[in-house]
Design a protein around this ligand. Sequence first.
Ligand code: RAT
Ligand code: ZN
Length: 420
Amino acid sequence: MTTIIAQDQLASFVRKTVAEQPVTDLHTHLYSPEFGGLLLRGIDELLTYHYLVAEVMRWSDIAIEDFWKLSKQEQAELIWQELFINHSPISEACRGVLTCLEAFGQDVGSRDLASYRKFFDGMTPAEHVDATLKLAKVEHVVMTNDIFNEEERNIWLSGVKYDERFHAVLRMDPLLNDYANTKSSLREWGYAVEDEWNEATIAEVRRFLTDWIDRMNPLYMAVSLPPSFAFPEDSDRSRVIADCILPISRERNIPFAMMIGVKKRVHPALGDAGDYVAKAGLESLEHMLLHYPQNKFLVTMLSRENQHELTTLARKFRNLMVFGCWWFLNNPVFIDEMTRMRMEMLGTSMIPQHSDARVLDQVVYKWSHSKRIIADALIDKYTDIAVSGWQVTAEEIQRDVADLFYNNFWNFLKRELPGN
Ligand code: RAT
Ligand code: ZN
């Protein structure tokens, strides 16, 4: 049965379909409760999100090192006072806190931080996860699992069993961006890598990766890369990618996710809030896509100026899946622009968004804000084709929306690619 959606019903039908669509959130920094303190949640974590730390420093006169000496609650109070009371919270990251409070039934008008604390403190981690995922309609949460972090590594080594809504990702930044120092950790953990890059070393790095893949069952392997990223080149990173990551990624059918364009720590004292962005070249990705046609690549880029080239490259190579509006691009102005461009150039064969949530509650605002913008873009695109007499059915709208927010990711993981 097909149901043609009349033009005057289109907007409300699309908005409702998008709002109700369950989400697979393919890149977050969230954890299931079994990971203990790694799961951040509640109002103090929301307020001390590093996006807000960056913003508060523009108003506050506090020395950065003194800010870090404050307790979490004191930091949250300072941010609340400066960014919400002394000035209006109109930035996207501030607005997000308000959206979360409202969604959880809090009286945003009261501006009563103490009552918000009481509310969040009243939930156990498990209750908090259930309530948040339900509100955000997030069905699958893809984590970012840093096996080079001592605390996280030990949790995995203890054989953690976790909530099935959460999925692992093997994040490898130190291996690819700081191999010289990572070598000693590998040795400490029983992998006999030599100083020289030779067959024995390659075998040991591979063994390290496959041991972790067997332990974690990751959906993909991931890294964030600087704007200067080049491949192939004469560097440790390039050798690890060519000799270890790409062969394993292909053999195990685990995509390689690259998040390109971050300039780490341009202001080191700010910690995570001190990272910046720059435009990258696309030649290396182009090379990989052409020369490794049976490898699958999930790619997002941080610079707005890279988006058109990246989208165009996805038209050339089906082994590339572009995803999300990353970090400094996760703002309405860019989500709108990028989503429309991607729809015009790729139709629905892309993944428009991920949350990048670091604090559990953030999935609520990140998805509600993005879903509105993506729905509006879809409405315009369906309206444009209706001019020719093409009428979309309810089932087709539901299919497209499910592809964008859910199926494209899982289908890409499953897909077997032909040689070229
Ligand atoms: O968006 C962020 O929170 C960043 O700090 C990074 O975590 C980035 O998303 C990344 O995954 O490297
Ligand atoms: Zn991230």
